[in-house]
Design a protein. Structure first.
Length: 274
């Protein structure tokens, strides 16, 4: 003889989801973001092709001209252009388009309902971004070495060169993330590169600062990219210029403070709306 238990009398489980820990949340989000990168080559292949193209074309068009400037004895335009290629490769690279997809699909809202902490939802993506921009720096540097670029500061200088480039790329990611969290619009996120594009040319990206016209030189002196480029270029020289390196890191820190503040503010706003 079988008996049935009334539906209302079925005991409920007291098991509830519990937070897994701050660093566990970060590693989970970062791992998911890293695994998605190979499945989306269109998100990073242009970041290699475009800088390599401009690097080769600028050398072909301007090397003889810039190396013939008065007082340019010993000046290497190939060394001069490598940091510019790196900056173009790493700026604007982020998982912000994937974040927009998660928001539109409702996956991000489900994460907000889970016990996962809010900060790791953004920090995990940025860790994946940092790994990606480091990976993007390597083939650009290899191309530079093939074309005759040399690091006067040796292997340690090369590592610091990659680190500065990666930190710049990471600092800039706050802008696309802020736009993604605020608008959930893929078109708006794609246009975030426009924030960087004008500043990339209002600086010493193609010719030395002292060879710019007066008004252009004035703008470049207030452009943080100028100091990042100068810091990276100093690592290609024979002697360490710690002042230039310090200015580069300070410029990155200032830009990062602004962009990450905007991203975190946008995250808090979406959490409140959600």
């Amino acid at each position: 003889m079988t008996t049935t238990t009334p539906l209302g009398s079925i005991p409920r489980s007291n098991v509830q989801a519990r937070p897994s820990g701050f660093f566990k949340d970060i590693s989970t989000v970062a791992g998911r973001a890293l695994r998605s990168i190979p499945r989306e080559p269109e998100s990073f292949i242009p970041a290699l092709i475009i800088p390599a193209f401009f690097f080769i074309v600028n050398i072909g068009a301007l090397q003889d001209l810039t190396e013939s400037f008065p007082g340019s004895e010993g000046f290497s335009y190939r060394n001069f252009q490598l940091p510019t290629a790196i900056i173009f490769a790493v700026t604007g690279i982020s998982r912000a388009p994937g974040l927009v997809t998660d928001i539109q699909s409702g996956y991000f809202d489900r994460l907000l309902l889970s016990p996962a902490r809010r900060m790791p939802l953004l920090l995990g993506l940025m860790i994946a971004d940092f790994a990606l921009v480091v990976g993007l720096c390597i083939p650009v540097i290899v191309l530079g070495l093939v074309l005759g670029v040399s690091f006067g500061t040796g292997p340690l200088g090369m590592l610091l060169f990659v680190l500065i480039g990666a930190l710049w790329g990471l600092a800039f990611t706050g802008f696309p993330y802020a736009i993604a969290l605020k608008t959930a619009n893929p078109g708006a996120v794609a246009s975030s590169f426009i924030l960087f594009f004008p500043f990339a040319f209002l600086t010493s990206s193609t010719v030395p600062l002292e060879n710019l016209t007066g008004w252009m030189r004035t703008i470049a002196q207030y452009n943080p990219i100028t100091y990042v480029l100068e810091g990276m270029r100093s690592l290609l020289e024979d002697d360490w210029d710690f002042a230039a390196i310090g200015k580069a890191l300070l410029a990155i820190a200032l830009l990062g403070a602004v962009s990450q503040f905007l991203a975190l503010s946008a995250l808090r706003g979406r959490v409140k709306r959600g």
